[in-house]
Design a protein around this ligand. Structure first.
Ligand code: TXA
Ligand code: MG
Length: 342
């Protein structure tokens, strides 16, 4: 398959929309990471997304809309299932990097939700993403546009590295601003629960709602059930609410290790590992974002991919303080390191 390089011109966005209507797959920029879009209501199209990504088909996708009015038809019982809390969050954070999980309407195919009876929905703030969704004229199911297991793509070049020849087109937009994926918040229970942390933090959600927001318990423990994403085999016992969490994630080809400690301790550890690695002819890259947490979010995935391109064998990353956005970025760093912290 030839993958079209599409610009953000009127004509190309219209073309991207047409390809979606025909059941095609189009990668597009959002404010978080690039998504791999298909018609969310067309189960054949959605199945081909799993194929292009090499992703197990029980992994549910986020449905993207361009107008808050498009939410209701996707939610079971429509307005009646959209709580006051959900309305507050939509009013505050949409369009933006917050995904909300609702009971799903009949019209949303099982292929989109991985067989769950809930559906995750978000309205991206990225203008190109909005124009693309409107051009398609339907909700867009989109996981991150990477091969399963790889770091999420934050540039069009990253998308092409994984997807060239596997999808119909890529909208060649700008580098993603946020750099890590949206916060996923489950609104179906008694207490809103964060299934995946992102730019919009627990503290921020609690401030808007004026009440407690829970963290899914799988975010607080190190899983010992990591499955290889390629073979789709995951431990039956481990059934987290957000099924995406049970697979190996964000892994570059290089071996990633996180290093804790103050400036001095970090340097000592990095030097010791670097000297040892050099004896074996291995190249070591070192990443220290200091306390620039927003910069870390923006650059982490891009840096992991860049060091792979440059052929490094080992990537050492200094840990961040696990509060606020730092908690969200550390969630990605820990997964990319397979929880290897020294
Ligand atoms: O920022 C983002 O969210 C990006 C851009 C493209 O919008 N998308 C993204 O999609 O990260 P993906 O497929 O890589 O991650 C979706 C996450 C997974 O952890 C999945 O398990 C969870 O959302 N999810 C999707 N539907 C769900 C549902 N019905 N219930 C619980 N979790 C769900
Ligand atoms: Mg992903």
């Amino acid at each position: 398959m030839k993958t079209l390089r599409l610009t953000t011109s009127e004509e190309d966005i219209r073309k991207a929309g047409e390809l979606i209507v025909c059941g095609g797959l189009i990668a597009f920029p959002t404010e978080t990471v690039y998504g791999l879009g298909a018609d969310a209501l067309d189960q054949e199209a959605v199945r081909s997304v799993y194929e292009a990504k090499g992703r197990p088909s029980d992994n549910p996708m986020i449905v993207h809309i361009a107008d808050a009015m498009d939410l209701e038809p996707l939610v079971r019982n429509g307005r009646a299932s959209i709580s006051e809390d959900a309305l507050k969050l939509i009013g505050t954070f949409w369009p933006g990097p917050l995904t909300l999980v609702f009971p799903k309407a009949e019209s949303v195919p099982d292929a989109t939700t991985g067989g769950l009876d809930t559906v995750a929905i978000r309205m991206p703030s990225n203008e190109t993403a909005q124009r693309f969704i409107r051009a398609a004229g339907r909700p867009i199911a989109a996981p991150s546009a990477n091969l399963s297991g790889k770091p999420s793509p934050t540039t069009a070049a990253d998308v092409l590295e994984d997807m060239d020849g596997r999808i119909d087109g890529v909208i060649m937009g700008e580098q993603c601003d946020v750099g890590i994926e949206s916060t996923v918040l489950d609104m179906t229970g008694e207490v809103p629960t964060i299934l995946r942390p992102g730019l919009i933090t627990r503290e921020w959600l609690e401030a808007v709602l004026g009440k407690e927001v829970a963290l899914d318990k799988h975010l607080l423990e190190e899983p010992d059930h990591l499955a290889d994403p390629g073979d789709g085999v995951a431990d039956e016992e481990f059934a987290p609410k957000s099924p995406g969490m049970k697979y190996v994630h964000y892994s570059p080809d290089a071996k990633v290790t996180l290093l804790e400690g103050n400036d001095y301790e970090f340097r000592v550890k990095a030097t010791a590992i670097g000297l040892e690695a050099r004896k074996h002819g291995q190249r070591v890259a070192v990443i220290d974002y200091g306390d620039d947490v927003r910069g870390a979010a923006h650059r982490l995935f891009a840096d992991l991919r860049e060091f792979d391109r440059q052929g490094y064998d080992i990537i050492l990353i200094r840990t961040l303080e696990e509060s606020g956005l730092g908690f969200s970025v550390m969630n990605r760093m820990l997964k990319s390191a397979g929880y290897d912290v020294k």
